[in-house]
Design a protein around this ligand. Structure first.
Ligand code: URA
Length: 219
């Protein structure tokens, strides 16, 4: 925790020094959030805290609005995400973008990220130690964005927020409280793609998303 705070302060100091060098001596609170977030992203981009950093093309901090009430959290970047340095841009990402649109949000107005910020080899699930090493980045993102709701996409993301031995079928469909945030676990878009003909999975995801919309006062 102390190490995290020290790094955060060092990043902020560096930014403030830069601002003062170019003649800006006043930074508003909203800018200061952007600056802290930017410094967090920079730390993710340079991170070498675990083995996954050795095999990556790009780390993928996440993207979207910092003022949003809604975050989507997946498992880890895949091949396309590793190449582009952006979350959910492959096939599963295109489906997620459609789901977000159906919820009457724009992709740029929510925040999208993953539990682990670097691609695991061959798209395997991230290991426990990798999740543990990466976890402060996601916790800081949540702390800064302060969403009202998080959609946890798939079991790895659900396990991050909910300590339960139950599978996704039992967990989904209900909110689970994590700190002050309501977390809705649902099936991962890749799972939907793998089970394309299965209408009942699609229906369950849509039911979960409707609950999120209702919670956020949409419809
Ligand atoms: N799957 C994930 O869990 N995250 C991504 O960013 C892409 C695919």
């Amino acid at each position: 925790m102390e190490k995290r705070a020290e790094k955060l302060i060092a990043g902020l100091e560096e930014r403030l020094r830069f601002f003062s060098q170019i003649g800006i001596d006043f930074v508003s609170m909203s800018n200061s959030k952007d600056i802290s977030f930017h410094s967090l992203e920079e730390r993710v981009l340079k991170c070498q805290e675990c083995e996954l950093s050795q095999g990556r093309t790009n780390a993928v901090p996440g993207e979207g609005s910092l003022k949003t009430e809604l975050m989507f959290v997946g498992e880890a970047p895949g091949r396309d995400e590793d190449i582009q340095g952006r979350p959910f841009v492959g096939r599963a990402g295109q489906l997620l973008t459609k789901i977000i649109g159906a919820m009457e949000f724009d992709r740029k107005d929510v925040y999208i990220t993953n539990v682990v910020k670097c691609r695991p080899p061959d798209n395997r699930n991230p290991h426990k130690e990798e999740i543990e090493t990466c976890k402060n980045y996601l916790l800081e993102q949540i702390d800064m964005i302060k969403p009202r709701a998080i959609v946890a996409l798939g079991k790895v993301a659900a396990d991050f927020f909910i300590h339960s031995s139950q599978g996704m079928t039992a967990l989904r469909g209900n909110f689970h409280k994590f700190q002050d945030v309501q977390v809705m676990p649902t099936f991962h878009p890749s799972y939907l793609i793998r089970n394309e003909g299965n209408k009942s999975i699609k229906k369950m995801v849509w039911e979960d998303m409707k609950k999120v919309m209702a919670f956020l006062g949409k419809k």
